[in-house]
Design a protein around this ligand. Structure first.
Ligand code: ASP
Length: 599
């Protein structure tokens, strides 16, 4: 089934040569008795011409009977396109192949949606695209995404190999562990009532590999989390998973900066400046209201707690008296916000338990807001100075406890930026990548409902050494040696220096997280034991590979960079999975289903 060239190869230099191409009929046109078939393969497309006056009848007729996406092999002579008919949009646009023979390798039914027209194909309902994923993958945009994914995987492996890392595979059939998300369980036929679990990440295996002396591990690891799908999550996804021994945080930063630099250069030919900025967790929240800030635009949050401590406006002074803060942000140029937009922002505030949203529109030289009459001149002057208030601005407030106030305004900041972007009042360069490390996260967060501490990241993260004595006495103050890597408001990944001392790990499990000792033993006994036989200090990180590729492909959806993704409901529409199984199979697994779809 040989071809002499691929469909993106022929140029004027080939004129006069006899060539053979294979591929799909991308499009066909009948013009003045001639038949034009564009043949497409993975690389591109080439125009072939069938001239009835030159060809046996049967051959011409079989060409004329072809429809889009039939599979063909065409042999013919390369010639210059007639003057004025060049197609500058494709790189083979100066030549065409005058067909001499045609072999139809396969016919194609009428397609459920066209793949040749990017305009139409881009608008096809996603469910249809997923059901016929093999057709969707033929679209040049999707083919490009897969190719870029493969290229970046290659660059990643090459870079990490150069740095002395070993690629090690860890089990997919693992054990249930409380790492956060709900797990997929796999029943064990050999012992009723026992289960494997699919790994949420290879976290424990990679740490054990460090105990095993591997020193530098990586894996493009498939991870599974049975979470109700938020907009852009998948039940299974891929991480660039990394772990190293005898290192500190700085070593991880330097390694990942080098890796991302290599990836951006390979994929986009962009030189990313390093080292990346670092932002402390607290500062990220104070300034941007979120722990993964988009720093490509300003509109930073400002603090007015002191200014409003004694204010006549009781909503603010009351919040401060209760230990809260007053924060505000200036959405520059958004005084014309519609009622609907204000309502959307108010809903954000309410979703955090706030009673409403205080705001001021600066219009026609006036501060328009029912609350302004309560403000003193000094308060107004402070607002003007810190927020650089001008005509046309919209000022939004949050008075609440610190985290809530930050997060409310953080959401509003992003929302306003979207609105301003749509109105053309804010431009964000799509070629700009603001990488940053968020560091100094609190090791623990408090769950009010359950009245206990839980790990902000995972229970293996090491506390900052000098904070270890506070673990039991003042857990809130303990900083974790955790770091997140963020680009343009997207969390690309995170990791930490791990606990490697068995006693510290045991304290965290049992005394801080209050996991009963029997359960600790059951779930983590092997890890604690491993740590007793000479565990080196170690740490690592995992980067979300799908998200990384989506950013490089400039697509908002990770489904566009995964060959066979599932829908938001976790369904594979092409294979129609998940699906019922025959009773015999269930019996073998000692499973009885209480209410089921019949097979
Ligand atoms: N296992 C962690 C995660 O999946 C990453 C890490 O700490 O290396 O989020």
């Amino acid at each position: 089934m040989k071809r002499t060239h691929h469909c993106n190869e022929l140029r004027p230099a080939h004129i006069g040569q006899t060539v053979t191409l294979t591929g799909w009929v991308h499009s066909r046109r009948d013009l003045g008795g001639l038949l034009f078939l564009d043949v497409r393969d993975r690389e591109g497309r080439t125009q072939t011409v069938f001239d009835p006056s030159d060809l046996p009848n049967a051959l011409f007729e079989s060409a004329a009977a072809l429809r889009s996406e039939c599979v063909v092999r065409v042999t013919g002579k390369v010639r210059q396109r007639p003057a004025g008919t060049n197609n500058p949009k494709i790189s083979t646009g100066e030549i065409e192949v005058l067909a001499q023979s045609l072999e139809v390798l396969n016919m194609a039914d009428v397609l459920p949606f066209p793949v040749d027209d990017p305009e139409i194909a881009g608008k096809v309902n996603e469910e249809l695209r997923l059901k016929y994923r093999y057709l969707d993958l033929r679209r040049p945009e999707m083919a490009r995404n897969l190719r870029l994914r493969s290229k970046v995987a290659g660059a990643t492996r090459q870079f990490l190999d150069e740095q002395g890392f070993l690629e090690v595979e860890t089990p997919i059939l693992f054990k249930s562990t409380p790492e956060g998300a709900r797990e997929f369980l796999v029943p064990n036929r050999r012992e009723p009532g026992t289960f494997y679990a699919l790994p949420q990440s290879p976290q424990q295996f990679k740490q054990i590999l460090m105990v095993g002396g591997v020193e530098r591990y990586y894996q493009l690891a498939r991870c599974f989390r049975d979470e109700d799908q938020r907009a852009d999550r998948q039940l299974e996804f891929t991480q660039i998973d990394i772990e190293m021994s005898f290192i500190e945080r700085e070593d991880v930063y330097a390694l990942v900066e080098g890796l991302l630099k290599r990836i951006w250069k390979t994929a986009l030919d962009i030189d990313v400046p390093t080292p990346f900025r670092r932002l402390r967790f607290e500062e990220a929240l104070n300034r941007y209201g979120i722990d993964k800030p988009d720093t490509r635009f300003g509109q930073e949050l400002a603090d007015f707690t002191e200014e409003f401590r004694g204010s006549a406006f009781k909503v603010f002074s009351g919040a401060v008296a209760g230990g809260g803060v007053v924060k505000a942000l200036n959405a520059k140029g958004l005084a014309g916000a519609t009622q609907g937009q204000i309502e959307t922002m108010t809903e954000y505030a309410k979703s955090f338990g706030a009673r409403g949203l205080a705001y001021i529109k600066i219009e026609n030289g006036e501060w328009k807001s029912p609350i302004v009459k309560f403000f003193s001149d000094a308060e107004k002057a402070a607002l003007t100075a810190k927020l650089q208030i001008e005509e046309g601005d919209l000022i939004l407030f949050a008075a609440d406890h610190w985290l809530n106030a930050c997060e409310i305004l953080g959401k509003i900041r992003l929302y306003c930026a979207d609105v301003l972007r749509e109105q053309g009042k804010l431009t964000v360069d799509s070629k700009r990548f603001d990488f940053l490390w968020v560091v100094d996260f609190p090791l623990l967060s408090f769950d009010k409902e359950q009245n206990r501490w839980y790990s902000s990241h995972h229970p293996f993260t090491a506390p900052v050494a000098e904070d270890i004595p506070l673990l039991k006495s003042d857990p809130k103050k303990v900083r974790g040696q955790h770091y997140d890597i963020v680009v343009n408001g997207v969390e690309l990944g995170g990791g930490s220096i791990r606990i490697h001392q068995p006693d510290v790990q045991k304290t965290v499990f049992e005394e801080v997280l209050q996991i009963p000792p029997a359960e600790t033993k059951l779930r983590f006994g092997y890890l604690l034991e491993a740590f007793r036989y000479g565990a080196p200090p170690h740490g690592g990180i995992a980067l979300g590979f799908d998200r990384l590729i989506a950013i490089l492909c400039d697509t908002p959806s990770i489904r566009d960079v995964i060959a066979f993704p599932k829908t938001a409901k976790g369904v594979d529409l092409m294979t129609d999975s998940p699906a019922p199984v025959p009773p015999r199979q269930l019996r073998e697994l000692y499973i009885e289903v209480k209410s089921a779809k019949s097979p």
